[in-house]
Ligand binder design. Structure first.
Ligand code: E4P
Length: 217
């Protein structure tokens, strides 16, 4: 399973990347706003740091304008995945980008039917949003299961990039289902290391060690 980091915070990406935890990065207009940085500058900085795919999202809503924006974003670096929304125009742009050999991440996917269209349009990645479905009392993980089954049924090559991840359990569940990639905020990835019994066990070991009066170095 590949780990993408869902942020445009360069320092946070660097910390995880130095540990070998980063197979790619996803950004979106909200994350660019949060970073307070210029999209072209920050995306270039991320692409220089991370060798895997870095998703940069178009903001036009008509295919012809998306294509102009996407081609500009693709010029930032060879590891750019152009991110387009799952609209009919987005699918049109996806097909155009894929035909020219660009990586494409089709985002804002909320149904299996949409995921089928993205695969047919040549998407490199499909991004189903788990958390936002859970927010409206639907089952985000069930969508990942459905897309996995459909893509396997027809041997679609599009990778399932589970997005809108809010918890450690989302990541473990996506791994069990067989999502190809997860993208999660840095804090959620770091929280994967936490367990209450690890903390409790370490506390006891340190107390007992102090009682031995020994030192290792
Ligand atoms: C995916 O590429 C999106 O950037 C992201 O996962 C959206 O997550 P959110 O629903 O927490 O904003």
């Amino acid at each position: 399973m590949k780990f993408f980091v869902d942020t445009a915070d360069v320092a946070a990406i660097k910390e995880l990347n130095d540990l070998g935890m980063v197979d790619g990065v996803t950004t979106n207009p909200s994350l660019i706003l949060k970073s307070g940085r210029d999209i072209l500058e920050v995306t270039k900085e991320i692409c220089d740091m991370v060798s895997g795919p870095v998703s940069a999202e178009v903001v036009a809503t008509e295919a012809k304008d998306m294509i102009v924006e996407g081609l500009k974003l693709a010029k930032i670096a060879s590891n750019i995945a152009i991110k387009v929304p799952l609209t009919w125009d987005g699918l049109t742009a996806c097909k155009a980008f894929a035909s020219e050999g660009h990586m494409v991440n089709v985002t804002l996917c909320f149904s299996a039917a949409q995921a089928i269209l993205a695969a047919k349009a040549g998407a490199t990645f499909i991004s189903p949003f788990i958390g936002r479905l859970d927010d409206i009392n639907l089952d985000g993980l069930e969508l990942i299961e459905d897309i996995r089954m459909i893509y396997d049924n027809y041997d679609f090559k599009t990778e399932i990039l589970a997005a809108s991840i809010r918890s450690v359990n989302h990541i473990s569940d996506c791994a069990k289902i067989g999502a190809d990639v997860i993208t999660a905020p840095p804090a959620v990835i770091k929280a994967m290391a936490n367990h209450v019994l690890t903390d409790k066990g370490l506390d006891q070991f340190l107390k007992d060690w102090a009682k031995t009066g020994q030192k290792i170095v």
